[in-house]
Design a protein around this ligand. Structure first.
Ligand SMILES: C=CC1=C(C)c2cc3[nH]c(cc4nc(cc5[nH]c(cc1n2)c(C)c5CCC(=O)O)C(CCC(=O)O)=C4C)c(C)c3C=C
Ligand SMILES: [Fe+2]
Ligand SMILES: [Fe+2]
Length: 345
């Protein structure tokens, strides 16, 4: 199993194919099927990663196997069903990541020795299978692109962990580069601002404020030195500046709390509830930390948090789509990739 790559694929130099450069887009991962079994398989892999749940001791194993994996998959499968891409029979995260990869490949097709592909950190297509494919196509250099604007050990670092685990099984390793976080890149901030402005122009109301909701994480990970929170703050400040003084007020919050520990605050759901209770009637929510729409944006924010807002007196709510494969989103990824490929193309 661990020698799959090296045994099945002899070094590229012996294959008489041209030397190529691979670009591998990687996002988080998602279940293969929107049923209890599919979600259980996905959650088991995800929540067994020590980058995600840092204390993988006996107590956690008991909680994971005895409580979480026996109850959460059924509930979450229902949530996935609400957002499932029935045409392709897959999760939106997969559909969008594939579209990003296809569009990036098309926009770089003048570089004939580039091969663009995509993978999921958990689930499929796996990083292992895609690296095997890229090396089989002759890629002796690979640029790995974790699709997270803000770095965190729970997301960006675990992509590198997995890539290096795969490389650890190879005799002829490709040379590797990894794109850095892009939380304050002008292209990215400009893309967010454009997407917000375009979306607000389609609404029949003017929001009194915009909530900028980022995925949360346990506060203790930040206390141990994870730069994630600081990068979310930097993104929000840059976005505020870019939108200008006439734009609705931008509020930074953190969503998707999980477990009993304190997570980063202010919490999105509590903030949205309080805004409605305080008399705010119209809001929009932007999710700058997600490069693609997924369960956390389409279900948790656009549905669950919308209900919270309305239930507490809110009147108008709009979730702003993520950058996805929009022109401005693709521009952000392309500029990042071209910059990091310098010297290779
Ligand atoms: C339990 C700890 C978790 C940490 C830490 C965490 C960090 C983190 N996650 C994302 C992005 C995504 N998370 C998604 C789903 C999701 N996240 C967790 C837990 C943690 N995330 C769980 C258990 C789940 C699955 C759904 C659920 O059971 O609630 C997704 C969506 C995937 C999809 O299929 O659509 C994304 C994307 C970031 C950016 C992050 C750290 C900053
Ligand atoms: Fe998450
Ligand atoms: Fe969630």
């Amino acid at each position: 199993m661990t020698n799959v790559v090296s045994l099945e694929h002899p070094p590229a130099s012996t294959l008489e194919i041209p030397e190529r450069v691979g670009v591998l887009l990687v996002n988080l991962g998602t279940p293969d099927t929107a049923d209890t079994r599919g979600v259980r398989v996905y959650l088991r892999e995800f929540l067994s990663d020590p980058r995600v749940i840092e204390n993988q001791g006996l107590l956690w194993k008991l909680i994971l196997n005895g409580i979480i994996l026996t109850t959460r998959p059924r509930r979450k499968a229902k949530d996935y069903l609400k957002i499932w891409n029935t045409e392709k029979n897959e999760s939106p995260l997969k559909t969008i990541t594939r579209a990003q990869s296809d569009k990036l490949a098309a926009s770089l097709d003048s570089h004939t020795h580039l091969v663009v592909d995509w993978a999921m950190r958990y689930g499929n297509p796996s990083i292992r299978s895609r690296i095997a494919e890229l090396t089989a196509k002759g890629c002796d250099r690979i640029l790995v692109v974790p699709l997270y604007p803000q770095y965190s050990a729970a997301t960006s670092a675990t992509v590198c962990d997995e890539v290096f685990r795969v490389l650890g099984t190879m005799r002829a390793q490709p040379t590797l580069r990894v794109t850095p976080p892009y939380y304050d890149e002008p292209d990215y901030i400009g893309a967010l601002a454009t997407s917000i402005e375009k979306h607000l122009a389609t609404l029949s109301f003017v929001p009194e404020m915009i909530v900028a909701s980022f995925h949360g994480m346990p506060q203790k990970y930040i206390d141990k030195g994870d730069p994630y929170q600081a990068q979310c703050v930097a993104t929000t400040e840059a976005l505020r500046k870019r939108l200008g003084p006439d734009a609705p007020k931008l509020l930074l919050t953190f969503q998707s709390r999980f477990g009993f520990d304190a997570w980063l605050q202010p919490y999105t759901d509590k903030t949205i509830e309080q805004l409605a209770k305080d008399g705010v009637r119209r809001i929009a929510v932007v999710m700058p930390g997600f490069s693609a729409d997924c369960l956390e944006t389409l279900e948790e924010i656009a549905q669950e948090n919308c209900e919270i807002f309305m239930h507490n007196g809110g009147e108008q709510f709009s979730a702003i789509p993520c950058l996805n494969d929009s022109d401005e989103g693709m521009d952000t990824i392309r500029q990042l990739v071209l910059r990091e490929l310098q010297g290779w193309i």
